[in-house]
Design a protein around this ligand. Structure first.
Ligand code: BGC
Length: 913
């Protein structure tokens, strides 16, 4: 049987407040028969006055992002959508949904911006109030609202909608989102609407360089209430000087510093609101999903630290706010501090937050149980420190509310290795914590900016875990709005840093992310809308590189935080201008490809030629005539191979350099933000998948699993954010929730899980799991725009079983280990066969370092017995870094047997664990 399991308009089910002139419809087909392909579809869209679009029978298989092409849509109107389809088995199905337009054009925005009569720098959050009566029986009521700042709207004492930190952060000079709320069920005979606002990103303290009021020193709000009555008439209530302003219980709110809520202070009206001069043309309907509370966590533990502080542990580093339910005497003041980690003594540690105070204060009115929930701040934390409560246990008082853009969950990855599963969880939590309206670098310190480089390296992984189409659509529009031909693309979007010139790998987000989104969702409109931005970014670099085709000027972050520079610095050892030219080539290539997809043939040829020129220049400058990289770092080699910059005959040698470099580091990575995302891909794609597996499964520093073993619950900014002894990187830049190194996620999904995109949007996928030693089974799934794609495999006793699911209306190339590839249509398939594969692995080998082995308590014990004094040996530091095979070569006879015994015992202990 064929059915349509889901019908969406612009990626959303039954959205309200949509301001898209030609919305697109997508549906997911489900069938119990294999090889199902849609043969035809028809779409009918009806408004109140009848049909506005009948697509007729369209004979093709398009089921994703089919563009509306009927009559012009009216504002504030509900449209019903019916989709009917036929498939190749002669079956048919239909589904209904609807969407409701927003205000659409400026003509329908009747409200004006209003502000308060306080000084600019008022601390208490301004409140705006308006009362009104109804003039009939309500059919439907909507509020369209926004703020220059952040706001919350209450109708008759209840919060409208469930969004936090609306209207979100955009390039406010040119774009401010407005939200639409359905308030039909909140109306009474007489009504009171209250809007509370705070500085937020608009006027608050923001940016690591300090500074307030990046967009303006005064906040303002804007709202239009439209009440449609059963009898056909409408009341419109708009923000104007008829509203009153004052302040209430929210006494202070800054995103970095937290909020003060005093329940003893009721709303006090001061006078009439004042008209505020700001264009309403900047308003645009909400473009991505809202920031919402998506999960609530109770504390996992309560403790008194050595310093005597009361600390609660939520067991997970997260981004959000604490809800407190307090039952305390009047005037009780409870202060909550937020921290990501405890220091090695077990004390609450906030040094890494730098100037962000991250502190919420709740003052009780003493009238039974009172609920406090900050609205205009967020914190990155796992622990809270509680001051001001009597020392009785208060476990039930506190709930951590997880906040982020409420994207649809898309992917799942799990395997037989628990440490890897935790890593996957950490990657997801990193994304949740940092996809808070914009892609931030971190959620805790005085930064939380839309760093382009971080977003760029993580975009592919992000699209596996969650549906990021709308999230990036919105942010890329801001990127485009902030970009200039003269300065390129700023390093943070929205930009609040002073005008600095574009930098490689960071500003390249302009070209890379639209391409990644096009791949993941097949969204041509997004690609078309961003095309000028892609091209202009390339043109900016061209203006710097000129005829040389080498980008060798300006400030570069290069392989940020790589470990290979001496003396250690934030910029790794890879030549920054090699990185810059490599990315110049990559962005130019993507622009050429985008031009081709969009039918811009001239541009396609122009940028393909430019790409060839850049590649030739790169070869001349950075690869010797005999095929040796000038910067023989891991990242240098990775970029040359991944971006296909070397002559075919030189690839082998560059790959050799990479593997030798890795071997010299005992198969540890030394890469930073730029090399890390591609390292495992390059190893796997060039015949060393096994080495990729070894690097990936390393437990000792530096590695992904080192952080897991150290108790990380999110991805860290640095490979050594926390050192082995529990101390921290104290350089002034250390976050425990930075997602860049989580970019290995795309390799996990693509190689271990086997899910790859062959045609944009997964219209055709490639299912090609490639196991590694140490993982005996894995399962991955992605909710693609066509439906669920999944692959689950297990290999035990040389028997391989694989189960795959291919969504309707798509096909997949299947390439199973040791088998010839073949093509399948939609459906579920099971395969089972004998294989030579040997996936059992021993965690410790002669190639392990002594340091790695001594981390295992069992090993330490044996060595103490057989080689007493080893830990005090002055050579120990040197020895710790050597592999066992190197050590046995240096040490007197007998050590080989001793170490072999140690390794065996450690591996046996591992198996019984
Ligand atoms: C951020 C990074 C960012 C970098 C630029 C840092 O302060 O936290 O993640 O990309 O600056 O190099």
């Amino acid at each position: 049987m064929l059915k349509i399991s889901e019908l969406k308009t612009e990626y959303r089910q039954n959205p309200i407040g949509l301001d898209v002139a030609k919305p697109r419809f997508s549906w997911i087909l489900k069938s119990d028969r294999n090889d199902t392909v849609q043969c035809s579809y028809s779409i009918i869209v009806k408004g109140a006055d009848g049909i506005v679009w009948d697509s007729g029978k369209v004979e093709n298989s398009q089921s994703v992002l089919s563009v509306y092409s009927g009559l012009m849509l009216k504002p504030r109107t509900r449209y019903n959508v019916t989709v009917a389809v036929h498939d190749n088995h002669g079956e048919s199905a239909a589904a209904e949904g609807w969407f409701e337009t927003g205000l659409m054009s400026c003509d329908n925005r009747k409200a004006s911006w209003i502000t308060h009569g306080y000084e600019d720098k008022v601390e208490a959050c301004p409140v705006y109030v308006r009362e009104f009566d109804l003039s009939g029986k309500v059919k439907a009521a909507r509020v369209y609202a926004s703020a220059l700042g952040v706001y919350e709207l209450e109708m008759n004492g209840r919060k409208a909608g469930d969004a936090f930190l609306a209207p979100g952060w955009t390039s406010y000079h040119t774009r401010v989102q407005y939200q639409t709320y359905d308030i039909t069920d909140m109306m009474g005979e007489t009504n009171q609407v209250v809007i509370t606002s705070a500085n937020g990103w608009f006027a608050g303290e923001f940016g690591f360089a300090g500074g307030v009021s990046h967009y303006g020193s005064r906040t303002a709000v804007w709202a239009q209430i439209e009440i449609d009555y059963e009898d056909g008439h409408t009341d419109t209530i708009v923000t104007d000087s008829g509203w009153q302003y004052g302040s209430g219980p929210r006494r202070y709110a800054e995103i970095y510093h937290g909020e003060v809520i005093d329940h003893n202070i009721p709303v006090k009206i001061e006078g009439n609101a004042i008209a505020f001069d700001y264009p309403i043309s900047v308003l645009t309907a909400q473009e991505s999903e809202s920031v919402r509370i998506t999960e609530r966590l109770k504390p996992a533990a309560r403790m008194i630290t050595p310093k005597g502080e009361v600390v609660y542990d939520f067991g997970q580093n997260l981004t959000g706010i604490i809800e407190a339910r307090l039952n305390c005497p009047k005037g009780t003041k409870v202060v909550l501090g937020h921290a990501e980690v405890l220091d090695k003594e077990g004390n609450f540690y906030t040094e890494n937050l730098r100037s962000a105070r991250a502190e919420d204060t709740f003052i009780c009115a003493g009238e039974g149980e009172e609920t406090f929930l900050p609205a205009f701040t967020f914190h990155g934390f796992r622990y809270i420190r509680v001051e001001g409560l009597s020392d009785k246990r208060e476990e039930d008082c506190f709930t951590a509310c997880v906040l982020h853009t409420d994207m649809e969950a898309a992917g799942h990855f799990q395997c037989s290795n628990e440490a890897v599963n935790r890593l996957q969880q950490n990657i997801r939590w990193g994304q949740r914590g940092n996809f808070l309206d914009i892609p931030t670098d971190c959620p805790q310190r005085d930064e939380r900016l839309g760093w382009t480089g971080d977003a760029q390296v993580f975009a592919s992984t992000a699209a596996y875990n969650y549906n990021t189409a709308l999230f990036f659509t919105k942010w890329l529009r801001d990127l485009k709005a902030e970009q200039t031909l003269e300065h390129g693309v700023p390093h943070v979007i929205p930009n609040i840093l002073s005008n600095i010139e574009g930098a490689a790998a960071w500003s390249d987000a302009a070209a890379i992310i639209p391409w990644e989104m096009y791949q993941a969702y097949g969204d041509i409109r997004l690609l078309a809308d961003q095309y000028d931005s892609m091209r202009d970014w390339v043109e900016y670099i061209r203006s710097k590189a000129g005829e040389s085709h080498l980008w060798q000027t300006g400030h570069q972050y290069a392989d940020w935080l790589a470990l290979d520079n001496e003396p250690a610095s934030r910029v790794g050892a890879t030549d920054p201008y090699l990185v810059a030219t490599a990315y110049y080539a990559y962005s130019t290539d993507l622009t050429a490809r985008a031009a081709k997809v969009l039918g811009k043939t001239e541009d396609a040829a122009l940028y393909a030629k430019l790409h060839d020129d850049i590649v030739s220049a790169f070869r001349k400058e950075y690869i010797t005539e005999t095929g040796r990289m000038v910067s023989e770092t891991q990242t240098g080699c990775v970029l040359a191979l991944h971006f296909d910059l070397a002559k075919p005959e030189h690839r082998e040698r560059i790959f050799q350099s990479l593997t030798v470099n890795l071997a010299n580091h005992n198969n540890h990575l030394t890469t930073g933000f730029v090399g890390t995302p591609y390292l495992c891909h390059v190893l796997s794609n060039n015949g060393s998948h096994e080495t990729a597996g070894t690097v990936f499964l390393k437990h000792d520093y530096p590695s992904w699993l080192y952080c897991v073993d150290m108790g990380a619950t999110t991805i860290w900014e640095r490979w050594d954010s926390m050192k082995k002894d529990g101390s921290f990187d104290e350089s002034g830049m250390n976050s425990f929730n930075h997602y860049a190194y989580g970019s290995v996620g795309s390799w996990m999904y693509q190689k271990l899980g086997g899910l790859q995109i062959e045609e944009p949007g997964y219209k055709k996928s490639r299912i090609a799991p490639v196991p590694i030693k140490g993982i005996t089974c894995a399962e991955a799934s992605v909710r693609t725009v066509y439906g669920e794609l999944s692959c689950k495999w297990e290999c035990t006793d040389h028997r391989m079983t694989v189960d795959i699911v291919v969504p309707c209306n798509t096909t997949a190339t299947v390439c199973l280990p040791g088998k010839e590839e073949f093509l399948v249509g939609s459906g579920s398939y099971h395969y089972e066969y004998q294989t030579e594969l040997e996936l059992e692995y021993e965690r410790y080998s002669m190639e392990s370092t002594l340091g790695e082995i001594l981390d295992n308590p069992v090993a330490m014990e044996i060595l103490r017995q057989h080689a007493p004094g080893i830990a005090d040996n002055p050579m120990i530091q040197f020895a710790l870094e050597q592999s066992i095979s190197q050590l046995t070569a240096l040490m007197p006879e007998g050590s080989a047997q001793l170490f072999a015994m140690v390794i065996k015992t450690c591996n046996d202990a591992e198996k019984t664990n």
